[in-house]
Design a protein around this ligand. Structure first.
Ligand code: IFM
Length: 451
């Protein structure tokens, strides 16, 4: 392990990540309004066994304990998200001071022990009032997001140096409005495309407003990027790779880093509708340079052309590879490929790995230990690939493990444990897993000059 730690510079940022709806609970406290996830989870059959975030892991009340855990691990930074419905219960207009006060305390609590706060402004918990008015497929939602961003940055921007506008807009748009497996559960392909554009616009408008209010802070956006490869090397599946890479990666990277949508994807989706909401001037806003790109990496997609030659159908191929408890292939090399392509195809941009991690079927032993060697192996292998990428010249400045705590894994409810800290969902007691001790030791070794 020492050798791995030595491969990262002393200023490399080591952190853990969470998100508001997945951990906070207290969904009706202190004036918080309903979010699309409260409403979605209450609908029959939408989440595993009807699980929801009403209590989650009670971080809203136990945040001091959670900050102490991060501190004990010796980490540098904590990436969390701010619940828009706590700040503006109706998604617009009136501000709820008790909501702002919660994050104000959290930021101060982190800074008191030398942990840098890395808030994300949107990690999927859209105020339900905005969904009732049309949601992300509607342009006004992007404008409301910029107002909200300004409110939060005015309140916390004197202490927070790194701001992330959005987490994984692909999921919010395509799982929320396309496949419908995430809130708000709509299955309207044109709306999904319109939503993706308005999420991009929301990012761009917020970036503009944050810069105007606080030119001294750094602003970025987090994308979930995938390695994509063909089922075999006959060339028959290359177009399937192009399509999936186009929709999952380039549809998001290109507007943000190049200021344009990929023409081949625009052609692919021409018959779907939804892209008529894209205005030329929008792309100038969306493509304004970011201070950093957040990359979330979990797995690779292997794809094949459908059975009908010339059709747009694509099949996702399951390989006989070791998998996480989510059924995702464990493919650390894919992280290297993703980073190499960002460097090859886009203008230089500092990168932070804002999420990487895995669900495994962890067991709390009678001796109080969680022996999650599988997770340690996962982290070690991904960090080894990351160190290689940095040595090859990719500008990666930090790594946030997903997640600090076992939590509400969206439609999967509480049955997928991603934490490096185990949570007993009955008692809400926290127990650092072996992986937490391993990760903390690695971070402390690298960062020994600072903490
Ligand atoms: O839990 C999620 C997180 O909210 C966004 N990125 C992927 C994680 C694991 O599925």
């Amino acid at each position: 392990m020492n050798a791995l730690g030595d491969r990262f510079a002393p200023e490399f940022v080591w952190g853990v990540a969470t998100s508001s709806y997945q951990i906070e609970g207290a969904t009706t406290e202190d004036g918080r309004g309903p979010s699309i996830w409260d409403v979605f989870a209450a609908r029959p059959g939408r989440t595993h066994r009807g699980h929801d975030g009403a209590v989650a892991v009670d971080h809203y009340h136990r945040w001091r304990q959670d900050v102490a855990l991060i501190d004990q691990l010796g980490l540098d930074a904590y990436r969390f998200s701010i619940a828009w419905p706590r700040i503006q219960p109706e998604g617009a207009g009136a501000v709820e001071p008790r909501g702002l006060a919660f994050y104000d305390r959290l930021v101060d609590g982190l800074l008191e022990v030398g942990i840098e706060p890395w808030p994300t402004l949107f990690h999927w918990d859209l105020p339900q009032a905005l969904e009732d008015a049309g949601g992300w497929p509607r342009r006004e939602t992007a404008e409301r997001f910029a107002d909200y961003a300004e409110i939060v940055v005015d309140a916390l921007g004197d202490r927070v140096r790194h701001w992330t506008t959005l987490n994984e807009p692909w999921c919010a748009a395509f799982l929320g409005y396309g496949s419908g497996v995430h809130a708000p559960g709509r299955t309207e392909p044109a709306a999904a495309l319109a939503a993706s554009h308005h999420l991009h616009l929301a990012h761009g408008l917020a970036l503009e407003r944050i810069r105007a209010r606080r030119p001294d802070v750094e602003v970025g956006v987090t994308l979930n990027l995938y390695a994509v490869s063909p089922a075999d090397d006959t060339g028959r599946h290359d177009d399937a790779v192009r399509r999936i890479d186009g929709l999952m990666n380039r549809w998001f990277l290109d507007p943000i880093l190049l200021g344009r949508y990929p023409q081949d994807v625009l052609d692919d989706v021409a018959g779907v509708g939804g892209t008529d909401v894209i205005g030329d001037e929008d792309l100038t806003v969306i493509g304004a340079p970011v201070d950093f790109l957040g990359v979330n990496y979990y797995t690779r997609h292997v794809v094949a052309a459908g059975p009908w030659p010339g059709s747009a159908e694509v099949e996702f191929v399951s390989r006989d590879w070791p998998k996480t408890a989510s059924g995702w292939d464990i493919d650390p090399e894919g992280l290297g490929e993703v980073l190499a392509r960002v460097r090859r195809d886009y203008p230089p941009v500092p990168i932070y790995i804002t999420e990487n991690g895995a669900a495994f079927d962890d067991v709390l032993g009678v001796d109080g230990r969680v022996r999650d060697d599988d997770r340690i192996d996962f982290l070690r292998r991904h960090l080894t690939v990351l160190a290689d990428a940095i040595e090859d010249g990719v500008d990666v400045r930090g790594y946030f493990a997903w997640s600090l705590l076992d939590n509400f894994e969206w439609a999967e409810g509480y049955r997928k444990r991603f934490g490096i800290v185990y949570v007993d969902f009955e008692t809400l007691e926290r127990t650092p897993k072996d992986s937490a001790h391993w990760f903390g030791a690695l971070a402390r070794q690298t960062a020994k000059e600072r903490r």
